[in-house]
Design a protein around this ligand. Structure first.
Ligand code: 2P0
Length: 349
C-alpha cells in the first residue's frame, strides 16, 4: 500500500491513475442489548444505545482499491453485484469516503464472508466495519477508532460496534449530526475470555424482511415500542455492570429478556414480523429447560431464525452434545470475545 503522503502528492499533481489499496478484516457482533429502531435514517442514528460482543470466528475480509475503474466493482463471496440494494449500499458508502478524502476514483471491492450472508448472523456488521477500515485507509484517511465507528455506522448501524474489541457499547447520542453516536470497547477480550456465544445455524435462507425495513415498521406502528425504549436504560445498566463484574447470570438473564422484548415489538407490528422458525423455538425451549436443570445458558435471537446460546466455556461440550439431539441444525459456530477491525497484508485480489 502506498503511504498517506504519497496519496496527497498524487492528488496535488492531479494524476489520473492512483494506486490505493487496502485490506481489512472485521468480526461480526452479537448484541446483548439490541439496536432496534432509528431516529435518523440518513445518518443511521439509533433510537437506543446497545451493547454487543464482538465475535471471533465470524468475520468478513475486504479489499478495496481505488484506481482507474470506470465504475465501482463489488464482488461478495465470489458473486459480482452490478446493481440492486447491496451494490447501491456499498457505492453510496464509498461516496461518503470519497467525499471525506476528497478523491474521485472509483473502486474495486472484493469481500469474503465466513458465515451465511443475510441470515441473521450479522454479516452487514462485519461487512461495513471491514469496508470502513479498508476503504478509509485506501483513500488515504487515517481515522481513529471513534471516527471509524461513526463511518461504519453510515453503512449499517450495527457495524459501528464491530470496530471495537471484546464487549462494545454503541451510544445513542443526542446530537442531530450524529457526532456523539459511536461505539467503543467497554471491556477488552482478555477481561472475560470464558464468555461464549454459540451461533446455532438453523437456516441458510436469506431472510424475507431485512432488519432495516423491520425496525422502520416497528418504530412506525408498534404500540409496544415506547415500552421498549422506556426499559432500555435499565437493561444497559444491568448488562454493562454485569460485564464489568463478570456476573454471568446477570448478563445472560437480562440479555435473554432484552431479546424477547425486541421480538415482542416486531411481532406486534402490522403486518407482524416473525423471524423464528420451528427449530428456533425448539432450541429456545431447550435452553430454558437446561437452565432450570443446572446447565446455565441463555438464548438471544436477532433478525433471523438463528439462535445464539450465551454460555461459559466450561459448559460448551455438554451444550453441543445436547444440540446434536435437535433436528434441522445446520452447524454450530463457537465464538469467544474477539478482536476489533484490523488491517491485514493479504489482499483478496
Ligand atoms: C442488533 N440488529 O443490535 C440488532 C438486533 C438486528 C436485531 O443491528 O439498518 O443491519 O443497517 O442499521 O445494523 C441489524 O441491523 O441495520 C441489527 P441497519 P443493521 O444487532
Amino acid at each position: 500500500m502506498i503511504q498517506r503522503n504519497d496519496v496527497y502528492k498524487y492528488k496535488y499533481f492531479n494524476f489520473y491513475y492512483v494506486y490505493m489499496k487496502s485490506t481489512a478484516v472485521a468480526n461480526a457482533n452479537i448484541a446483548l442489548v439490541k439496536y432496534w429502531g432509528k431516529r435518523d435514517k440518513e445518518l443511521m442514528l439509533p433510537q437506543n444505545s446497545s451493547i454487543s460482543m464482538t465475535c471471533d470466528g465470524m468475520s468478513t475480509a475486504t479489499t478495496v482499491e481505488f484506481g482507474n475503474y470506470k465504475k465501482d466493482i463489488f464482488v461478495l463471496d465470489g458473486r459480482e453485484f452490478k446493481q440492486g440494494t447491496e451494490y447501491n449500499e456499498v457505492t453510496g458508502f464509498l461516496d461518503i469516503v470519497r467525499k471525506k478524502a476528497e478523491i474521485k476514483q472509483k473502486a474495486k471491492i472484493v469481500s469474503q464472508n465466513n458465515m451465511p450472508t443475510a441470515a441473521g448472523l450479522a454479516s452487514s456488521a462485519s461487512g461495513f466495519a471491514a469496508l470502513a477500515l479498508a476503504s478509509s485507509k485506501a483513500a488515504g484517511l487515517d481515522l481513529n477508532e471513534k471516527e471509524l465507528s461513526m463511518l461504519a455506522r453510515r453503512g449499517s448501524g450495527s457495524a459501528s460496534r464491530s470496530i471495537g474489541e471484546g464487549f462494545v457499547e454503541w451510544y445513542r447520542g443526542e446530537k442531530p449530526d450524529g457526532l456523539d453516536s459511536y461505539a467503543e470497547s467497554i471491556a477488552f477480550k482478555e477481561h472475560w475470555p470464558e464468555f461464549r456465544m454459540l451461533a446455532v445455524v438453523v437456516s441458510k435462507k436469506e431472510k424475507k424482511i431485512k432488519s432495516r425495513a423491520g425496525m422502520a415498521q416497528t418504530v412506525a406502528n408498534c404500540s409496544l415500542y415506547p415500552c421498549w425504549l422506556n426499559t432500555i436504560e435499565d437493561d444497559l445498566k444491568i448488562i454493562r455492570n454485569g460485564i464489568k463484574k463478570k456476573n454471568f447470570t446477570q448478563v445472560g438473564e437480562r440479555s435473554q429478556l432484552n431479546c424477547l422484548k425486541m421480538h415482542a415489538t416486531m411481532m406486534s407490528t402490522t403486518p407482524p414480523i416473525i423471524y423464528w422458525n420451528p427449530t428456533t423455538i425448539e432450541i429456545m425451549h431447550s435452553v430454558i429447560e437446561w437452565n432450570e436443570n443446572e446447565l446455565e445458558s441463555y438464548f438471544t435471537v436477532d433478525a433471523g431464525p438463528q439462535v445464539k446460546i450465551i454460555c461459559l466455556k466450561k459448559n460448551v461440550p455438554e451444550i453441543e452434545k445436547r444440540l446434536k439431539k435437535i433436528s434441522n441444525i445446520e452447524r454450530v459456530i463457537e465464538c469467544r470475545p474477539g478482536d476489533g477491525a484490523k488491517l491485514i497484508h493479504n489482499h483478496l485480489f
